[in-house]
Ligand binder design. Structure first.
Ligand SMILES: Nc1nc2c(c(=O)[nH]1)N[C@H]1C(S)=C(S)[C@@H](COP(=O)(O)O)O[C@H]1N2
Ligand SMILES: [Mo]
Length: 413
């Protein structure tokens, strides 16, 4: 009985084989491509060119490109793209693990390097496997642990994605044709045929306890379970309760008009209730024609506008549309001298921690549904939803919807 993992006979599972690996590989080809694209969309949605405010990634160079201003239509756009990114990412965990398990004998094959080409191939696999594990681990920690990497998650996950994807492309070019051939054979019902060049199959397998098909069903069942226990975070009502595996999201929001998901409470980020007292609070607006100070009463005398918009967090959870009422940002821009709205830099009363300020692009300011909201669902904002005034922008990530606003600086950023 061979005792070393470097010997092919050490690996006994009859499930391993080129066809098992091929099915999982093709699922990952589709799934990881969707993750990469929705991840880059999330990057674009942060208005990364409005630096150094939103995106502080150092030395990102070419990788900092983005191709378009994030649109404001459809208003549920980020809810969809980021919901898919996080929910699909969680659901793919069993597929990734099964795929790695299916090829693990290769890791121990001797000699470790046979030629220069083989050395390069192994290096690309290191980037592929390392990159995939890194992206899943950082992503899952982020959605589960309330930004376990404040400030640094973002560049890590972005750079990791590019390293992974470069290796992934090379791997797909090399392996996809064979994977497709293998799956075709399986579908033609010839999976039990002898295949002598199957290097992944155990040369001396144990008797089977489960068929390859059965093992694939188990992986699929694991994915379905993860999907079913996380997708609810993108919906309200009883469905939300089904999301026992999160993604996380803050404390229980309670009942009533303000009873929807809260990311961080006023107390958690250290907002002093005296500063958000509606009598004492003032909004400062700066722009081309100078500075304006407005009380809450001044704002309520302006033309108020209503819009039904969701909160959609980068963590993957989102709320259904809520009815927000407030002053359109473009009307506030007009107060300080802009007929055609420019970008705006938004500051909150928060003094420490992430997300206390954010920059919005001119196309977002221009949309009449982009509000400095004072009310939600017919009532003034609660302390935790940003009393007395917060930003709400259609289709934007939650992180741009700054709460407890104190200052709006209009101008080209
Ligand atoms: N000042 C401030 N605004 C903030 C945040 C914050 O931490 N501080 N969190 C942002 C994030 S990440 C999200 S998802 C939304 C959540 O809004 P909600 O708590 O009202 O649901 O608020 C955004 N606005
Ligand atoms: Mo968020």
């Amino acid at each position: 009985m061979p005792r070393f993992p470097s010997s092919p006979a050490f690996w006994r599972s009859p499930v391993r084989g080129a066809r098992f690996t091929s099915v999982l590989g093709l699922v990952l080809l589709a799934g990881m491509t969707v993750l990469f694209v929705t991840g880059l969309l999330s990057y674009a949605a942060y208005n990364p060119d409005l630096s150094p405010v939103n995106d502080k990634t150092p030395g990102k160079g070419l990788l900092g490109f983005f191709l378009f201003s994030w649109p404001t239509d459809p208003h549920w756009l980020y809810r969809l793209t980021q919901g898919v990114h996080v929910t699909l990412g969680l659901a793919l965990v069993p597929v990734l693990l099964a795929k790695l398990w299916s090829v693990v004998p290769r890791l121990f094959a001797l000699p470790p390097v046979r030629s220069l080409a083989h050395a390069l191939e192994r290096l690309s696999l290191l980037l592929l496997v390392g990159g995939a594990l890194f992206e899943f681990v950082t992503g899952i920690l982020n959605v589960q642990l309330d930004y376990a990497f404040p400030g640094s998650f973002y560049p890590l996950h972005l750079y990791g994605a590019w390293v992974f994807f470069a290796a992934f492309l090379a791997h797909v070019v090399l392996k996809a044709p064979a994977a497709v051939r293998n799956v075709r054979k399986m579908r033609a019902g010839r999976e039990d045929e002898e295949d002598n060049d199957d290097e992944l199959a155990a040369p001396d397998p144990d008797p089977p306890t489960v068929s390859r098909r059965g093992a694939l069903w188990m992986v699929g069942g694991g994915s379905a379970l993860l999907f079913g226990t996380s997708v609810g975070r993108s919906f309200d009502g009883p469905l939300r309760e089904t999301a026992v595996l999160s993604p996380h999201g803050g404390p229980e929001p309670g009942e009533g008009p303000n009873g929807f998901q809260i990311n961080k409470t006023a107390a958690y980020v250290g907002i002093d209730p005296r500063e958000t007292d509606p009598e004492a609070w003032r909004l400062i607006v700066t722009g081309r024609s100078g500075t304006v100070r407005l009380s809450l009463t001044d704002l309520r005398r302006m033309r108020l506008h209503s819009a039904a918009l969701p909160i959609a967090c980068v963590e993957g959870w989102s709320t259904a549309d809520q009815w927000w009422r407030g002053v359109p940002l473009r009307d506030l821009a007009a107060l300080v001298g802009y007929d055609d709205p420019p970008d705006v830099f938004v500051r909150s009363l928060q003094r420490r921690g992430a997300f206390r300020s954010a920059a919005l692009r001119a196309n977002q300011v221009r949309d009449a549904r982009s509000l400095l909201a004072l009310d939600v669902n017919g009532e003034p904002l609660s302390a935790d939803h940003g009393r007395p005034a917060r930003i709400i922008v259609p289709a934007a990530p939650g992180v741009l919807n700054t709460k407890w606003v104190t200052r709006l600086e209009f101008g080209e950023l």
